[in-house]
Write a new protein. Structure first.
Length: 76
């Protein structure tokens, strides 16, 4: 079992790694899903699967928008 203090340290280390990736001109995208895995013996199990993509910041596939644009303006 992973101790709480270890989880905090791992999260901080991961944040630093992501910052380093961004400083080098890349974005990191990630998602997790639950997939049903079938084994040779016919049994199945649900596994948590992580998908990670790293793309250059200037990649035209990336759609950028400013969340501060309309969502933070008040109706005054």
């Amino acid at each position: 079992m992973v101790e709480v203090s270890d989880k905090v340290k791992m999260a901080l280390d991961l944040s630093k790694l992501i910052e380093m990736i961004e400083e080098k001109g890349y974005y990191l995208f990630a998602e997790d899903t639950i997939e049903k895995i079938r084994f040779k013996d016919g049994e199945t199990d649900k596994w948590k699967i992580a998908t990670i993509l790293i793309r250059k910041m200037d990649n035209p596939e990336i759609i950028k928008f400013d969340l501060r644009d309309e969502t933070t303006k008040s109706d005054n």
